[in-house]
Design a protein around this ligand. Structure first.
Ligand code: ATP
Length: 390
């Protein structure tokens, strides 16, 4: 990054609906930077984007789903923006699907998957309860171990038995929980700054009653909680730092998701619960995510490449746009860059304002709004909304 706040962004536009949603996202990111630069002109915010090959198409063309040159370029970038990769019709010889987005997590040690689940005004939830308009929690999914860890260690015993192994390490769990408590603290502080007195609630989701690996996971969670409060003057209420089994949490998330704030869980549980979370706020097209490590971060929508609707302009690009906003927010935090924070905030407000009237209704919700309708409505707001630089 130069002194003028220039960030190099590696772009993976992937497969299926990936390129369709990435192109408008990049346009909005540039537009948000331009708007911010009009107001805060002393430091110019610029995103240098470089498109990189990876995914099912790359595998077909080069025999490699994540070419080394792409990986090395991504490693050097300030952040990585990814749409969706994979195609069920393109598989490795053993029958498994191409998943370079998962390979990237391992290569770059992106242990913390942040999956915000926030109701967007005007987007209906399948829950009839009016409190569903207040859903606002983050699921933190451990992303390089758990049941996904032993890639290559899966074992077949003849045609009679299949075995998988779950791995929980202290090293990764401590980083995961430190990230979780730091996130909860930030949300707590941000709410305080807006005059909202709601306390942070942090919930460890596990299956500690059955598996020793989860009892260990939970023990490390409470160790991190003690550590966090010792280092931060007991700033988070211990009464709201709790745990729940994944089965009852599935029920709770349907019955009263508005009660949760930050949840942290193992890789496979997080994979499943994040789709449940997406359903609560309108569907996969509304669920952004970030995969964070010590040195790198990838931002991408929670959904896959949706080949069934690819090439028709039907995909909902909102999760992609919000993932772009998460990237700006992360860059702002990491580099203490006010311009990036303003651009992130502008993009989120633009999405919220575009949907708030209730006129936009995406295809996945039974409406008629296509990709370009959403894009145009959000672009209009990015162009028009005020920016408060104070
Ligand atoms: P992966 O395993 O790669 O995450 P998946 O099997 O979960 O993929 P997705 O590609 O995420 O499948 O999508 C499941 C279905 O949800 C798609 O077939 C598509 O109909 C719908 N869908 C996903 N993303 C979107 C989107 N952005 N807009 C509209 N519909 C979507």
């Amino acid at each position: 990054m130069s002194s003028s706040d220039t960030f190099d962004i590696a772009i993976f536009d992937g497969d299926g609906i990936g390129p369709e949603i990435m192109e408008p996202c990049c346009e909005l990111l540039h537009l948000a930077c331009t708007r911010v630069n009009e107001f805060a002109s002393e430091r110019t915010l610029t995103l240098n984007m470089q498109s990189l090959a990876a995914g099912a198409a790359a595998y077909q063309h080069h025999g490699d789903a994540l070419p080394r040159a792409s990986l090395e370029a991504a490693r050097k970038a300030d952040a990585i923006l990814l749409s969706a990769m994979g195609d069920p019709a393109v598989r490795y010889p053993d029958g498994t699907e191409i998943t370079p987005q998962i390979d990237l997590r391992f290569e770059l040690a992106l242990y913390a998957g942040l999956r915000p689940v926030r109701s967007i005004p005007g987007v209906p939830s399948p829950l009839a309860d009016p409190r569903a308009t207040h859903i606002d929690f983050v699921l933190v999914r451990e992303s390089i171990e758990g049941l996904f860890a032993p890639q290559g260690l899966s074992k077949m015993i003849g045609d009679e038995q299949a075995e998988e192994t779950m791995i929980i390490t202290r090293a990764i769990s401590e980083k995961l929980f430190n990230t979780t408590f730091a996130l909860a603290q930030r949300r707590h502080n941000d709410r305080r700054a807006k005059g909202n007195s709601a306390q942070a609630r942090i919930t460890c989701v596990d299956k500690a009653n059955v598996f020793p690996a989860f009892a260990f996971f939970r023990k490390l969670f409470y160790e991190a909680s003690t550590r966090h409060n010792q280092n931060n003057n007991a700033s988070l209420s211990a009464a709201l730092i709790d745990h729940a089994y994944v089965d009852i949490m599935s029920l709770n998330l349907v019955c009263h998701p508005w009660d949760y704030d930050v949840m942290v869980t193992e890789n496979m549980f997080g994979d499943i619960l994040s789709d449940l979370g997406a359903a609560l706020i309108g569907g996969m097209g509304y669920a952004p995510s970030a995969d964070i490590g010590d040195n790198h971060a990838v931002f991408q929508p929670c959904h896959g490449s949706a080949p069934d609707i690819a090439g028709q302009g039907l995909a909902n690009p909102t999760a992609m746009f919000l993932s772009g906003a998460m990237m700006l927010d992360w860059l702002a935090d990491k580099h203490d860059c006010k311009g990036a924070a303003l651009a992130a905030d502008l993009l989120v407000r633009a999405v919220d304002t575009a949907f708030a009237t209730g006129e936009l209704r995406t295809i996945e919700l039974g409406g008629q709004s296509k990709l370009n309708d959403v894009f145009n409505a959000v672009r209009q707001q990015v162009s028009a909304l005020n920016i408060d630089v104070s």
